[in-house]
Design a protein around this ligand. Structure first.
Ligand code: AMP
Ligand code: GLY
Length: 415
């Protein structure tokens, strides 16, 4: 089969690698790709915002399956445009992608589904925000409604910070239309878990629990990031697991069905666990990054068939390896605010279970590997247990030359 992967990050490299290992896959195409993906897939120079161009490329290259990695093309309705032309897609419809595209839409969906979540009010001006702040206590959480590339959540330690965040959103419009409306939300202090399920809109299969590390620095210090490392599976107690399934996943899927959404892909549920009780912080309608890097190697099913079947609406039972996967992110100097690009990188050779996935990389004119984004590399190790996976990932990480790189030394230790 021929597969087209949309996206250019570590998640898409992980997907491309798994697809390349399948005997069913004859050729992979990727748009827009990165320096690691190009070794496994033919890069298509496509503007994925132009749906007609993507449709034509699918016809020209006889694509059997399109995998859409990032949220923007999903929220933009690329999967509907392709499906209308008979192309099979792993990814939800535009309508269902609103679960990630609008925090207000997601909050309404959660309330209808009766899943536990933080209390919130919809706000659209500074005065309204400051008026309603009396109902909440510090830290105040203000969330831009629309997509903001991970920059839409403001955690404000006092009313002055809240006032500044609201002015930035509503008056200075720093996030444009994405910040026209926002949620003022109750703070939930606890432990975060990423719970991902494959779903065809009526049934689901839970994927291994992954623990992300959102803060830039060790001991959960520094600014929030897209994710600095992951471990899977994450062990949680059986009682909590059952609560997540019954109180969160089942009602969420049931509501997808009630609303008759076309959903063939991954529902990523961002949870906060407070006193052993799960609360939904957010839905994403795609695989997580860097969660995917540790989830895919634990799946026994042939990924190409699993995804192809799902694109036809059929959900396979997911079988898992009894192993641990570990991922350390290397970010560029200056990330997350001002990532330094064009830094030369020298990598050790990959081995079967210890390897490096590319996220923000490119080749310069001299064909030398250079940084080309915020999160640049993902160092992955898959082993029989957590300690071996951890040791092997940090060992491989120590062999990388990449000036100014930032990574955490405590992935998996700090929960
Ligand atoms: P989100 O973009 O919704 O994932 O939010 C980014 C981060 O903000 C989350 O990963 C949490 O660490 C934090 N966060 C979001 N909502 C809340 C909340 N209600 N209480 C505490 N922390 C939150
Ligand atoms: N790692 C979090 C995300 O993919 O949104």
């Amino acid at each position: 089969m021929h597969v087209l992967v949309i996206g250019s990050g570590g998640r898409e490299h992980a997907v491309t690698k798994s697809l390349a290992e399948s005997s069913f896959v004859k050729k992979i195409f990727c748009a827009p790709s990165n320096a690691g993906i190009t070794k496994l897939a033919e890069t298509l120079k496509l503007d994925v915002k132009n749906h007609q161009l993507v449709i034509e490329a699918c016809k020209q290259h006889k694509i059997d399956l399109v995998f859409i990695g990032p949220e923007d093309p999903l929220v933009d309705g690329l999967s509907d445009s392709l499906r209308n032309e008979g192309v099979f897609v792993f990814g939800p419809s535009r309508e269902a992608a609103q679960l990630e595209g609008s925090k207000i839409f997601a909050k309404e969906f959660m309330s209808e589904a009766k899943v536990p979540t933080a209390k919130a009010d919809i706000v659209s001006s500074v005065d309204e925000t400051m008026g309603l702040a009396k109902k909440y206590s510090a830290p105040y959480i203000l969330k831009a409604d629309g997509l903001a590339a991970g920059k839409g959540v403001f955690i404000c330690h006092d009313l002055t910070e809240l006032q500044t965040a609201a002015e930035n959103l509503f008056n200075k419009k720093i996030l444009g239309d994405a910040g026209r409306r926002a949620l003022l939300e109750q703070n939930l202090p606890g432990k975060e878990i990423s719970f991902l399920v494959l779903t065809n809109g009526t049934e689901f299969q839970a994927l291994p629990l992954a623990q992300d590390h959102k803060r830039l620095m060790d001991h959960n210090k520094g600014p929030n990031t897209g994710g600095m490392g992951t471990v899977a599976p994450m062990a949680i107690d059986a009682d909590l697991y059952q609560k997540i399934i019954h109180q969160v996943v089942e009602p969420s899927i049931k509501n997808l069905k009630n609303r008759d959404y076309l959903f063939r892909g991954v529902l990523f549920i961002g949870l906060m666990i407070v006193n052993n009780q799960p609360y939904v912080l957010e839905y994403n309608v795609r695989f997580g990054d860097p969660e995917t890097q540790v989830i895919l190697p634990l799946i026994k099913n042939d990924i190409s068939q699993l995804f192809l079947d799902l694109s036809h609406g059929n959900l396979q039972k997911v079988e898992l390896h009894n192993k641990t996967a570990f991922c350390i992110v290397n970010a560029a100097e200056g990330y997350p605010d001002n990532s330094v690009k064009n830094t030369p990188i020298d990598l050790p050779a990959d081995q079967k279970n210890n390897y490096i996935l590319h996220a923000g990389t490119a080749l310069n004119k001299q064909n030398q590997l250079i940084s080309n984004g915020g999160r640049v590399l993902n160092i992955v190790a898959v082993a029989e247990n957590y300690l071996d996976a951890r040791a092997q990932a940090y060992e491989l990480n120590s062999k990388i030359t990449f000036n100014g790189r930032q990574f955490r030394n405590d992935i998996g230790e700090y929960t």
